[in-house]
Design a binder for this molecule. Structure first.
Ligand code: AMP
Length: 338
């Protein structure tokens, strides 16, 4: 019987038009797996029309060395197309909601399969990155016509570096094996790391603010609330705020942490991380989800922010025992210290 990878390739071979989607607010793995797959398919099937869609994110435009970043395609292109969604666990988070207009749909992802959407699914929960899967897809099927290129290898490498937090999380032998295979191709990995590691001077100042103003509860839960007004003061332009997410993990006593960022609509985007307890089940209760140790969510109000803090705090206390923090946090919220 054909493997799932072989079945996907059979579908790809049947279509002249293939449109690749990924999640909103993309990170390097979302872009890397999307644009890496596009590059592999373009090299393998030059006669096909292969597109990558979704909003551009100026902060990640360095990832694409071509003139055009995302493809701007009309609705009619979807009519006879195969749609592939990468790195996106839940269908509401797919960037460009025209995806159901295609003839058939494929989901390729490394998150827990919370929502099994799509006609075909290839899911490896817990795998280091969707970009790792795209390399494996090529490797398993290279005898059947798939071609890897320098450009694709660079994009997949960026995706893996991004989702492993620079090879710090979710690492295993397989990921290092894939990375070592990617080094058979020609790309400037030092330039990649320079782009990923450097931040603007203003971003460095916000990093200083976050470290200075981090609330660290006795349970080991750390959080900071970034208001719209505060973020505006730092004049970050296109760099966004993603660079602050790993900062609390530098502090030894921090067991889990969250960055709350106020949005134009008055709600808060939550970036939740842990190195101890599983936090994606908590994120699920706040319109979110993700990996067991790295999730995103939404807090609609200040009360939701408080509720989420208490939930993670209680989960840590339950696991590691520390007391009296719920009262402390209520007092802090009431006195507007956070
Ligand atoms: P972020 O905090 O946005 O960097 O996301 C961390 C992880 O959680 C990534 O794997 C995201 O794909 C996932 N994630 C973020 N926000 C959500 C959400 N609202 N629903 C489901 N998964 C999410």
């Amino acid at each position: 019987m054909a493997t799932i990878e072989e079945q996907l390739l059979q579908q790809i071979k049947r279509y002249d038009t293939i449109i690749i989607h990924r999640h909103q607010r993309p990170d390097p793995d979302a872009f890397g797996s999307q644009l890496g797959l596009k590059a592999v398919l373009q090299a393998s099937f030059p006669e096909k029309h292969i597109y990558a869609v979704g909003k551009e994110v100026p902060g990640l435009s360095w990832m694409n060395e071509d003139d055009t970043f995302m493809d701007d395609i009309p609705d009619k292109t979807y009519k006879n197309a195969l749609i592939i969604m990468v790195d996106t666990a839940n269908s509401p988070r797919i960037d460009d909601q025209r995806w159901p207009n295609g003839l058939e749909t494929i989901k390729i992802d490394h998150h827990p399969n919370d929502e099994p959407y799509g006609d075909w699914q290839w899911i490896k929960p817990g795998h280091s990155a969707t970009s790792t899967m795209i390399y494996e897809f090529y490797e398993t099927l290279k005898d059947q016509g798939l071609i890897m290129t320098d450009k694709a290898a660079r994009l997949l490498y960026i995706g893996i570096v991004g989702d492993t937090g620079r090879f710090m999380y979710g690492m295993d032998k397989e990921t290092f094996r894939v990375v070592s295979e990617l080094f058979n191709y020609k790309f400037n990995y030092e330039a990649v790391h320079h782009n990923m590691e450097t931040i603007t001077e203003n971003a460095a100042k916000l990093s200083g603010y976050v470290l200075q103003n981090l609330n660290i509860l006795p349970s080991g839960f750390a959080f900071v609330v970034l208001t719209k007004a505060l973020v505006k003061q730092f004049d970050l332009r296109e760099s966004g705020t993603a660079f602050v997410v790993p900062l609390p993990s530098k502090i030894d006593k921090v067991k889990a942490w969250a960055i709350f960022e106020e949005q134009d609509e008055g709600n808060y985007r939550v970036r939740l991380r842990s190195r101890t307890i599983v936090i994606n089940k908590i994120a699920n209760q706040f319109e979110g989800g993700g990996h067991p140790m790295a999730s995103g969510a939404w807090a609609q109000t200040g009360q939701d922010v408080e509720r989420l803090i208490k939930m993670v705090d209680s989960a840590l206390i339950k696991q590691y025992g520390t007391e009296g923090t719920a009262q402390e946090i209520t007092e802090k919220i009431e006195s507007r210290e956070i």
